[in-house]
Ligand binder design. Structure first.
Ligand SMILES: *Cc1c(COP(=O)(O)O)cnc(C)c1O
Length: 340
């Protein structure tokens, strides 16, 4: 299924899951199959409890909602709170699925510029909200495709400036430095704040499709109105529960991946590129004369990275030490500014 040897294009965890964990997942799936003639627990109670315990911060199962990937979380959020006649605000360059899912739900997508180096200050966030008066505000922290962190003050200021929904996509939260606070710390007293997470990245479970959010229990009730009946299959619930039971093993690679990200941040400038500071498992770098040509030259060497449409720039996922080393050596071989 993987068309290239080095797939560093969609920010997956490039480390396979440990075999002992895989065995446990299979055992739980085998058990779940025995009752698959019945519909699954439509409230996925055990999974919500397990996700709440994993998140910590005093979050309870009533505050947790889950779906088939955080893409479905975003879709259900826009179905519940967006739709025709309503608008959602984003700050490009950001996660490309936010505007696509907005369009699919008939929600108008409006945008505002970021500050220097793709940051967003409180003032910039508030000015954009006052200019557009959106029904929803989408942040991505750390931001895909730039890796940029977002200060909690900007989220707080945005929340004060709107009476709509503030959605923070934290798909890469586990890769943030240990002392970088999550927006989860802002949840108490903010019933319009939604924070989404996924098991696709740090948890190495992209193929199983499990995304979730933490918010006020009333938000989960609103999402109950738009979800399809039994939207989370019994097999998805079983696999996710098994993986969560092994969270420390599943997350054991996160520090290694963050170290490879830091290596990219160090070595790309040594090759003459500008690497944007990243708290995620990928790095955006610029200084290429022709990103399309560099992309194709790397592909000829069996390396797939991502052209995100930013002039002079490409994005690369931090892989294993071997993958990251092969990418850096191949890029160096192409010569200055990605020429070849
Ligand atoms: C990869 C990614 C996701 C993950 O989506 P899933 O549907 O959970 O696989 C969500 N948000 C952002 C910003 C991402 O980069």
């Amino acid at each position: 299924m993987v068309p290239v040897r080095y797939a560093l294009n969609v920010n997956e965890n490039t480390h396979p899951i440990p075999e002992s964990v895989a065995r446990d997942i299979v055992e739980r799936l085998a058990h779940a199959v025995l009752t698959v003639n019945r519909y699954p627990d439509r409230e996925f109670t055990a999974l919500r409890e397990s996700l709440a315990a994993y998140l910590g911060h005093g979050i309870t199962a009533e505050q947790v909602w889950a779906a088939n990937g955080s893409n479905e979380i975003i879709q259900q959020t826009l179905q519940a709170f967006g739709g025709p006649g309503r608008s959602a605000l984003g700050f490009p360059p950001t996660y490309s699925m936010h505007p696509i899912i907005a369009a699919g739900t008939g929600t108008t997508w409006v945008t505002a510029d970021r500050d220097v180096d793709y940051t967003i200050s409180s003032e910039t966030a508030v000015a954009a909200i006052e200019a557009h008066r959106p029904d929803l505000v989408f942040f991505c922290a750390p931001n895909n495709p730039t890796g940029t962190s977002l200060p909690l003050e900007a989220i707080e200021a945005a929340y004060e400036a709107t009476d709509g929904i503030v959605f923070v996509d934290e798909a890469y939260a586990e890769f943030m430095p240990a002392d970088a606070p999550s927006a989860l710390t802002l949840l108490p007293g903010r019933e319009r704040l939604l924070i989404s997470r996924t098991m696709s990245k740090a948890f190495a479970l992209a193929g199983a499709r499990l995304g979730y959010l933490a918010a006020d229990p009333a938000v989960a009730d609103a999402l109950r109105l738009v979800r399809l009946p039994y939207h989370l299959s019994a097999l998805t619930q079983a696999a996710s529960l098994a993986a969560l039971a092994h969270a420390p093993e599943m997350l054991a690679m996160v520090d290694d991946i963050a170290a490879q990200r830091d290596r990219l941040l160090l070595e790309l400038p040594q090759l003459g590129y500008r690497a944007f500071d990243s708290q995620a498992n990928f790095v955006l770098f610029e200084g290429l004369d022709d990103p399309g040509a560099t992309f194709r030259a790397l592909l000829e060497r069996d390396i797939l990275i991502r052209d995100v449409g930013i002039p002079g720039a490409l994005r690369v996922t931090a892989g294993t030490a071997e993958e990251t080393g092969f990418f850096l050596r191949s890029l160096a071989d192409l010569g200055p500014r990605g020429a070849h």
